[in-house]
Design a protein around this ligand. Structure first.
Ligand code: FES
Length: 106
């Protein structure tokens, strides 16, 4: 059962039963996470910085490759709506996508 830890949200841990769900859907079972385009890969507001567990993530989608080329996504960032898990991962909510009603440590 993969676990997602959000390092800068009090190390919140989310356990997921269904690996077919996107990382965004897993996050939304337990917290709020920005996703302005409705998980269509048309914005970057759902991005997360990956601290650990890169090898437990699906290949980058075409949308992610495009945003990488445009420098709107960094090498250590993924679009949570385009990413699927095969194991544990630790992520970080970037400053620019943090929600004002949640309390982040960084
Ligand atoms: S919600 Fe827009 S790219 Fe993921």
């Amino acid at each position: 059962m993969p676990t997602v830890v959000i390092a800068n949200l009090k190390s919140k841990s989310i356990h997921c039963d269904d690996k077919r769900e996107s990382l965004l859907n897993i996050l939304l079972t337990s917290t709020d996470w920005m996703h302005a385009c409705g998980a269509k890969g048309r914005c970057t507001t759902c991005k997360a910085k990956i601290l650990n567990g890169h090898h437990n993530l699906s290949e980058r989608s075409k949308a992610e490759e495009q945003y990488l080329k445009l420098n709107k996504l960094q090498e250590d960032e993924r679009l949570t709506c385009q990413t699927y898990l095969s194991g544990d991962v630790t992520i970080f909510a970037p400053k620019e996508t943090q929600l004002s009603h949640l309390t982040y440590s960084d």
